[in-house]
Design a protein around this ligand. Sequence first.
Ligand code: FE2
Ligand code: FE2
Length: 176
Amino acid sequence: MQRQNHPPQMFRCAYPVPYPSVRVTAPNRQYAELLLEDYTGIVSEFTAINQYLHHHFTLKGINEEVADLEECISLVEMHHMELLAETIRLLGVDPRYRVLRNNQEIYWNAAYVYYGYNVCDKLAADIASEWAAIAAYRDHLQRIGDPYIKELLERIIQDEYHHIRLFNEAMQKYCK
Ligand SMILES: [Fe+2]
Ligand SMILES: [Fe+2]
């Protein structure tokens, strides 16, 4: 399925380029295990979604602009999570909220979230988590040979750079 259209509430927080179709060349457990790390590992879309949502909830009434930004970006991370879930399924693995290491399942943990204390501390952690996500995706790009998956990861990275720009703008405005 071609994904040209973003829901309006996330439009501002997604890089304005369409997403590629979700496809794989062939099922591959090793690639699925790498993508599970991006999906629900420590540095993952699921951690980002929950971190930004917590920041959204706790900044409400304190800084509406940053609270709204956190929600908007978390919706884009939710879309990334969906794209990864579909890809992991096509690779032949059930996209449960866990990673697989040496055939052991390690389930996602709410302690992966950086909850934080104030606007600036939360924004700094959010920027750091975007950089960590980009580094992980770049590492996985090196290790995945499937051109369809590579195209998807490259597109997700564009959104993560966009998020760094948006979080940085908020930092400039409120954390001088
Ligand atoms: Fe993401
Ligand atoms: Fe992001």
